[in-house]
Design a protein around this ligand. Structure first.
Ligand code: ARG
Length: 278
C-alpha cells in the first residue's frame, strides 16, 4: 500500500521536472526562432499589461473557478473570497491586463467548468495528476502540498496502516479521495462536498479519520477542539492552475506571468503571508 503512494510521488516528481524543463525552454527565445508574427510566451506575458490580447471567456476578464472552503488557499472573509490562490490570480490578472472574477463551485466541477469554457482558469490548491492531465492542461506549479491524516486526539490510529478497515472522510474527487479509495477500498471512504464537512463528521465521531491537504488540515485542527494531525505524510503533491486544452495561448501567458512572479518574489511573499509552519 505504501508502495503505491511512493510510486505516485515519484511520478509527480518526474512531472514536476518535466514542467520546469518545459517552462525553461518556452521562455528561451534564442534557441528556436519563432515563426514570423508569432508571439512568444514571454512577450505576451510581459507586454500585455494595457491591452490584453490573450483570449478569455469574457473579453478583459479572467474568470477563476475554485472551491472556497480550503484555507489558506481560498476561503471566505465575509462575502469576499481571499487566500493564496485569490492573490496569485490577482497578480496574474494584473500582468495580463485582465480583471479577475472568482466563481465558487464544488471542487468536483472545476475541471469541467474550465474545459467547457465556463471559466478560464481553475485555481484551487489543485494537485497535478496524470489522470487530470487527460482532460485539462496544468500550468507550471506554484506550490507543494502534502496529504495529511487528521484523527481525534484519543484515536488509536497512529500510522497510515492503522487506517485499514476504518471509516475515512475526504472531500469528493480530491486526491485524498482518490488515494484513500484506492488504498483502503471505496466502501470505507465517506465523501463530502466540502473539506470542513469531513472534519465536522470526524469531530462528531461519524468517521475515524480525514485525509486532506496539510495546510487546510492545520487550519481545521486549530479551529476545532479535540483533533490532531498524524506525524506521517500520506503523499507529496504539486499544485498548479488548470486551463482548457483549447486555450494554449492563455496557458503560455499564465506560465509567463508565473515565471515573472516567481522571479520577483511575489509568489513566495504570498505563500509566506498565509502558510503556517508547524
Ligand atoms: N489538492 C487536492 C486535490 O487537488 C485538494 C484540493 C481541494 N481544493 C479546494 N479548493 N477545495 O485534489
Amino acid at each position: 500500500m505504501m508502495f503505491k503512494r511512493l510510486a505516485a510521488m515519484a511520478m509527480t516528481a518526474v512531472l514536476g521536472a518535466a514542467l520546469l524543463t518545459g517552462c525553461g525552454s518556452s521562455t528561451d527565445s534564442t534557441s528556436e526562432a519563432p515563426a514570423e508574427g508569432a508571439t512568444t510566451a514571454a512577450e505576451s506575458a510581459t507586454g500585455a499589461v494595457a491591452t490584453s490580447t490573450v483570449p478569455t471567456v469574457t473579453e478583459g476578464k479572467l474568470i477563476m473557478a475554485t472551491n472556497a472552503y480550503f484555507p489558506p488557499y481560498e476561503y471566505y472573509e465575509g462575502s469576499e473570497i481571499v487566500g493564496i490562490d485569490a492573490e496569485i490570480a490577482e497578480a496574474i490578472g494584473e500582468k495580463l491586463g485582465l480583471e479577475v472574477e472568482i466563481q465558487d463551485m464544488e471542487f468536483d466541477s472545476i475541471i469541467t467548468a474550465v474545459s467547457t469554457g465556463k471559466a478560464d482558469i481553475g485555481l484551487a490548491g489543485m494537485t497535478v495528476t496524470p489522470e487530470r492531465e487527460k482532460n485539462i492542461n496544468f500550468s507550471d506549479t506554484y506550490a507543494t502540498g502534502i496529504q495529511s491524516v487528521i484523527v481525534t486526539e484519543d484515536s488509536d490510529i497512529q500510522s497510515i496502516d492503522d487506517l485499514q478497515g476504518k471509516k475515512i472522510g475526504v472531500q469528493l474527487s480530491t486526491t485524498g479521495d482518490l488515494y484513500a479509495s484506492d488504498d483502503f477500498g471505496e466502501e470505507n471512504v465517506e465523501k463530502f462536498n466540502k473539506g470542513n464537512d469531513a472534519v465536522m463528521a470526524l469531530s462528531q465521531g461519524k468517521v475515524d479519520a480525514v485525509i486532506i491537504d496539510n495546510q487546510p488540515a492545520l487550519s481545521y485542527v486549530s479551529s476545532t477542539q479535540g483533533l490532531k494531525i498524524l506525524d506521517t505524510q500520506y503523499a507529496e503533491e504539486e499544485y498548479a492552475a488548470c486551463i482548457s486544452k483549447d486555450n494554449t495561448e492563455l496557458l503560455d501567458a499564465v506560465n509567463g506571468a508565473l515565471a515573472e512572479l516567481k522571479a520577483d518574489g511575489t509568489i513566495q511573499s504570498i505563500l509566506d503571508k498565509y502558510i503556517v509552519t508547524e
